[in-house]
Write a protein that binds this ligand. Structure first.
Ligand code: NAG
Ligand code: NAG
Ligand code: NAG
Ligand code: NAG
Ligand code: NAG
Ligand code: NAG
Ligand code: NAG
Length: 562
């Protein structure tokens, strides 16, 4: 008996000596998204903006289904927005004045909704929204303001002068390949009255009877002001100022990474002093893009390949370095963590994007076998040891075609959407992959720990500026040896397995001896971080703070010459 008591005491003290360290968790929100979240973008410290196609969503506004909504990150409240034009498969990014711009979309839309205007040349402006709850903030559309040409499925990013580069898209809806592509670039605000034809967007289409889809080319602004793009299995660097394209090596092994073989891609964190750009492209599918959808299957395994390239002359000469994810993925996303790691989440393990196109769709879905367990990619780990899902829970909810994920200013990930179907009314009793209105967060371990805090920041930051801000550090993180990382992040615009505009720039930083202030140096110019909204996160020994919302640059309308 005595020894049993002793044993119990021993176990108890062992347990308290080695406290259960917090892990990654999923939380299911008790509020639904009200619309299918095809597009998701954080627009303020407290709000996410969602877009669907104009359809038959349950959330109502002015007597019709809504296709835009604000999600309150503090209360989980959903507010319908009255969007005018159809934002189905639109792109999006922020301008240097903090306005979020949503571009392109569907020429018509779902017939049952009387309120829809064609969105294929749409330009939808939102914010900046200063209200904590979003009161008084809405999507603004001026019929006089439109794209030069029709673009369904365009990509867009903010470039060095704070304006948007808009790339590609399709003229018509298509169930699989792009049968009527728009192979050009344009800018918002307009820099010229004509589009710029792109040999790259042309070349990534096979020149025969089986045209390849170049929807959704994947684009990033590089630290010298040029832009990297990948579509199909091809990549280039586009020099916006000279209007020239430099051809880079193909993605190895025949892996294709844009619609209908949606892989994901991300610009890895940029670090001073050199800000050497590296791009990571993961998943997609290894197919011959001359084969027609009738000959494909929803059971076709996606690719597990990650390809990485350093965008310097030396790195380009070396080409892509290949490694493998834990599982095959299509329709997933790569998203930055404030500490410079990359989250791999969402998607399916077999099939293709879209719906209704294959002989063996799963109900309507072109994809099957959802990838439910996220992984983490650690960029500076040795090749072969970068990807892990150790301790990662399963989300339990398929997030496939038309789903999204984004880092929030709170530091966790907001996950919503999925609907490989035309209707928002199909529920789990009808189909395997229903219209998904459930919202989840994926919470990194630091969400349940004592965290560093940035107590205040100036609203605007100049380039190349040394800034000191007050902070607080929990006791355990205040040792002088602690690893301090300060990241300046564009949280990006999530749609179709790609985070447009996502960016993480590390800043040289030191914590004062007393642990009460942090001094960091902002990037030298808009070529390293295009002027516009940013979130600053402080990470100490892997524990990240909430993000502080700032304006990088003057906050004036583009073009901007900070
Ligand atoms: C939903 O969750 C929030 C906090 O997460 C809570 O405040 C609210 O009461 C919940 N609502 C319902 C209806 O359960
Ligand atoms: C989806 O709905 C639109 C509008 O009603 C229609 O034009 C289109 O053909 C439908 N697509 C499928 C795959 O059912
Ligand atoms: C890229 O795709 C093209 C067109 O299908 C093909 O000719 C080329 O060999 C592919 N490149 C690689 C590296 O697989
Ligand atoms: C594609 O499928 C069609 C119809 O099933 C079949 O007749 C044709 O031979 C297939 N083509 C290839 C290249 O497999
Ligand atoms: C979805 O597919 C399952 C399995 O094939 C089938 O039993 C079910 O009836 C389908 N649902 C609809 C709405 O067609
Ligand atoms: C930001 O700039 C764009 C482009 O010039 C303009 O349309 C928009 O109204 C501006 N936003 C604000 C809040 O002034
Ligand atoms: C419009 C459309 O394609 N709706 C389909 C959604 O999926 C269900 C189940 O497969 C079909 O019955 C609907 O026709």
């Amino acid at each position: 008996m005595r020894s049993l008591v002793a044993l119990v005491i021993l176990f108890t003290s062992l347990a308290s000596a080695a406290p259960h360290s917090p892990g990654w968790t999923f939380t299911l929100k008790n509020q639904s998204s009200g619309i299918i979240v095809i597009e998701s973008v954080i627009v303020s410290p407290t709000l996410a903006l969602f877009f669907d196609r104009a359809s038959d969503d349950p959330l109502q506004i002015n007597g019709h289904s809504a296709w835009g909504a604000l999600w309150n990150l503090e209360t989980d409240a959903v507010t319908a927005l009255d969007v005018v034009t159809n934002s189905w498969c639109a792109g999006g990014a922020f301008l240097s004045n903090g306005t979020m711009v949503n571009v392109g979309g569907d020429p018509t839309g779902y017939d049952g909704n009387p309120a829809i205007q064609p969105g294929i040349q749409g330009i939808r402006l939102f914010g900046p929204c200063l209200s904590r709850t979003g009161e008084g903030c809405t999507v603004y559309e001026d019929p006089g303001l439109h794209l030069l040409v029709n673009r369904w499925y365009p990509s867009s990013i903010r470039i060095f002068d704070g304006s948007l580069l808009i790339a590609g898209g399709s003229h018509v809806g298509s169930l699989f390949y792009d049968i009527d592509p728009e192979t050009s670039f344009e800018f918002f605000p307009r820099k010229e009255e004509f589009v710029r034809p792109s040999p790259f967007l042309e070349r990534s289409l096979p020149a025969n009877l089986f045209p390849r889809h170049v929807h959704q080319s994947v684009i990033f602004a590089l630290p010298d002001g040029t832009v990297f793009m990948v579509a199909n299995n091809q990549s280039i660097i586009y020099d916006v100022e000279a209007n020239t394209e430099t051809v880079l090596p193909d993605i190895p092994n025949g892996v294709r990474v844009t619609v209908p073989t949606d892989g994901s891609a991300i610009l890895l964190p940029l670090s001073p002093p050199d800000y050497t750009p590296e791009v990571l492209v993961c998943g997609g599918s290894q197919i011959d893009d001359r084969i027609q959808p009738v000959n494909f299957s929803s059971q076709h395994p996606a690719s597990s390949q990650c390809s990485r390239i350093t965008l310097t002359a030396e790195g380009i000469a070396k080409g892509w370095q290949v490694e493998q994810m834990i599982e095959s993925r299509i329709l997933h996303e790569l998203v930055h963590l404030p500490n410079g790691q990359v989250l791999i989440s969402n998607g399916a393990q077999t099939g293709f994007s879209g719906f209704h196109a294959l002989p063996d769709t799963v109900n309507e879905s072109n994809a099957d076998h959802p990838a439910l367990i996220p992984s983490i990619y650690t960029p500076d780990a040795p090749l072969g040891q970068r990807i892990s899902n150790k301790g990662m829970p399963s989300s339990g909810i398929a997030r496939m075609y038309h789903s999204t994920i984004t880092l929030t200013p709170q530091g966790n990930f907001l996950i919503a959407g999925s609907n490989p179907n035309n209707s928002t009314r199909v529920g789990p009793q009808d189909v395997k992959f229903p219209a998904e209105f459930r919202v989840q967060t994926l919470n990194p371990p630091y969400m349940s720990m004592q965290r560093p805090r940035i107590l205040s920041t100036p609203a605007k930051l100049k380039f190349g500026e040394r800034v000191t801000v007050p902070i607080s550090l929990p006791g355990a993180l205040s040792q002088r040896s602690a690893k301090v990382q300060v990241s300046l992040m564009d949280l990006g615009f999530s749609t179709h397995g790609f985070h447009m505009g996502a960016r993480l720039v590390f800043m040289d930083a030191t914590v004062a001896r007393d642990g009460k202030s942090l001094t960091f140096v902002t990037p030298p110019n808009g070529r390293v971080y295009p002027p516009g909204p940013a979130s600053i996160f402080l990470t100490v020994d892997g524990v990240s703070s909430e993000g502080a919302w700032v304006m990088m640059g003057s906050g004036s309308a583009p073009p901007n010459h900070d």
